[in-house]
Write a protein that binds this ligand. Structure first.
Ligand SMILES: O=P(O)(O)OC[C@H]1O[C@](O)(COP(=O)(O)O)[C@@H](O)[C@@H]1O
Ligand SMILES: [Mg+2]
Ligand SMILES: [Mg+2]
Length: 326
């Protein structure tokens, strides 16, 4: 594209969303508004994350979520903040969240979108001041507007996502998203209260030298995963594992690499959740020129059967994902 016509780096997220809205025929602006609602919730979580240590909201909440995992106070806060922002925005009719067992029907008769989210990813890292994130997928409602929300609405394949993204609360807070036309990243300037385009048209290198996997469960990995790890070591590749999926994914997206959460004895279907974590990152990765599978099948083609379904996850540079799979 002629560089003088390209959107300049530094454009605000608001302005960028508005400009892109015109790319869609018959766009009503609802999806644009929904993305703005998410960005607003992201700003609020940014604020909470940054003062977590001061406000004593960094620790355990004292309950378990539907996955049987100990909830952190910030998991609960982030869930509430996102739900509130999405409800108030008015474009959403239902929300499904990693933190809630059931579908949340937000009783908005005009809402045409469904959001699936992991409101706080990497929550075991909160207490130790390490990067965490939020992951979201946006789907169009398929059941008639005005009627009850159905399973069909919330169990759509990843290929049906109309947009997906994540917020990364790292050394800077970023929002990275796609509407199926490439991937763009925005960095938050807290002094101005705005996200600015900082990473236009992100492309993941086809090959990389970083592998990210929790080797603590090495003994129970399938043979092809063990072989792949050994091959990475043979080539003196770099091992990097933060333990926050968003942060590990983001690094590999920019530098080239692979993230694997394979099947293990403890988690025979892997640990990560198809609807809240894998679908969104799979779409972003593909849109950036990378690949995402469960070791065999394209993530975006998997028909979810249950809300909280888990899948093995191989995501990153295409050539690496091809080599690591079965
Ligand atoms: O500690 P493990 O088993 O390596 O798991 C790490 C993975 O679990 C997760 O923390 C799961 O996310 P939640 O914090 O949202 O439950 C991922 O972010 C991360 O990649
Ligand atoms: Mg998570
Ligand atoms: Mg979470």
């Amino acid at each position: 594209m002629n560089q003088s016509l390209a959107t300049p780096v530094g454009t605000t997220l608001d302005r960028f969303i508005k400009k892109k809205q015109n790319d869609f025929a018959f766009a009503t602006g609802e999806l644009s508004q929904l993305l703005r609602d998410i960005a607003l919730a992201g700003k609020i979580i940014h604020r909470e994350v940054n003062r977590a240590g001061l406000l004593n909201i960094g620790g355990a909440y004292g309950a378990e979520n539907v996955q049987g995992e100990e909830q952190q106070k910030l998991d609960v806060i982030a869930n509430i903040r996102f739900i509130r922002a999405l409800k108030n925005g008015g474009e959403v009719c239902a929300i499904v969240s990693e933190e809630d067992e059931e579908i949340l029907d937000v009783k908005n008769p005009d809402g045409r979108y469904i959001v699936a989210m992991d409101p706080l990813d990497g929550s075991s890292n909160i207490d130790v001041n390490v990067s965490i994130g939020t992951i979201f997928s946006i789907f169009r409602r398929v059941s008639p507007v005005g009627g009850p929300i159905t399973e069909e609405d919330v169990l759509q394949k990843g290929s049906e996502q109309v947009a997906a993204g994540y917020l990364l609360y790292g050394s800077s807070t970023m929002m990275v998203y796609t509407t199926g036309r490439g991937v763009n990243g925005f960095t938050y300037d807290p002094s101005l209260g705005e996200f600015f385009l900082s990473h236009p048209s992100i492309q993941i290198p086809k090959d990389g030298k970083i592998f990210s996997i929790n080797e603590g469960s090495y003994k129970s990995f399938e043979p092809h995963v063990k072989e792949y790890i050994e091959a990475c070591k043979e080539k003196n590749f770099t091992a990097r594992y933060i333990g926050s999926l968003v942060a590990d994914f983001h690094r590999n997206l920019l530098k080239g690499g692979i993230y694997i959460y394979p099947a293990t004895d403890k988690s025979p279907n892997g640990k990560l959740r198809l609807n809240y974590e894998c679908n969104a990152l799979a779409l972003i990765c593909e849109q950036a020129g990378g690949k995402a599978t469960d070791g065999k099948n394209r993530i975006l083609n998997i028909q979810p059967e249950t809300l909280h379904q888990r899948v093995p996850f191989y995501v990153g540079s295409t050539n690496m994902v091809d080599k690591a799979g079965q």
